[in-house]
Design a protein around this ligand. Structure first.
Ligand code: FPP
Length: 241
């Protein structure tokens, strides 16, 4: 038996964009300068992704744990997300990118949510790169919200608890429309998943890069994909004979 390197026929890459703060501190800049430089890397990677065969790109931009950062850093990040959406919308639309946002809505500024909803709507019919940005996202929070939706359906009789399968859970996650990630890249040298796509990443290949996110380039992405293509993905089965 042989297995394709990407069973869904898509190529879904998730990225934990770590190292913005260190990048700025090393240069004597405030942390927010690292985030704005990180947004420049986002632009480069989004542009490069389709040419590298990536069909789905999911970026971890703000976690449910990131609210613990200083008020200054949090509001600076929210302003950066607003700026990214307003300045990049036209380009994303013309480049046929479909944008989705995943994560919870609580604590989020209404004006950020409004822009996120607007860009999702504007790009809904685009058939190119599927770009998903995780904001106010935590994998466990996402599973808890999915359970709430499932329980509500059981209470109204729309769903029977005995009929709940893995697929039912996948279908109630924020990522219901997306295939599972094939490759997870984390920059910044740490080797952990930090609550990113906890349910979906179970068979993702992992790639840890010491480079800080603002220094990450399309070449680094291409190199990670090259290593990924050499991996033997068995999904729990034995190697092909
Ligand atoms: C982690 O680095 C990075 C973040 C919490 C924010 C990620 C945000 C961006 C890359 C900005 C733009 C994003 C979009 C989608 C426009 P860190 O601050 O934890 O770095 P450190 O570990 O060096 O402190």
């Amino acid at each position: 038996m042989t297995y394709d390197i990407t069973p869904s026929g898509n190529l879904h890459v998730g990225i934990i964009m770590d190292g913005n703060g260190r990048w700025a501190t090393q240069r004597g800049h405030p942390r927010l300068k690292g985030h704005s430089q990180g947004a420049e890397t986002v632009k480069e990677i989004v542009e490069a992704a389709p040419n590298l065969g990536i069909t789905h790109l999911t970026l971890f931009a703000f976690s449910t744990e990131n609210w613990k950062r200083s008020e200054r850093e949090v509001s600076g990040l929210m302003a950066l997300f607003r700026r990214y959406i307003t300045s990049q919308a036209e380009r994303l639309i013309t480049e046929n990118v479909r944008v989705r946002f995943i994560g919870g809505q609580n604590h989020m500024e209404p004006r950020v949510l409004e822009l996120m909803g607007w860009l999702e709507k504007e790009t809904r019919d685009n058939g190119g790169l599927n770009l998903t940005v995780a904001i106010n996202y935590g994998g466990r929070d996402e599973v808890a919200r999915a359970v709430q939706k499932i329980v509500a359906k059981c209470q109204t009789g729309e769903l029977s608890s005995a009929a709940i399968t893995e697929k039912t859970i996948s279908n109630h996650l924020d990522t219901a429309e997306l295939p599972d990630p094939d490759l997870l890249i984390r920059t910044g040298g740490e080797m952990r998943l930090s609550n990113f796509l906890a349910w979906q990443n179970v068979y993702a290949e992992l790639s840890f890069d010491d480079r800080l996110w603002p220094d990450f380039t399309r070449k680094d992405l291409a190199a990670a994909l090259e290593r990924f293509r050499g991996r033997d993905r068995r999904f729990g089965a034995v190697a092909a004979e």
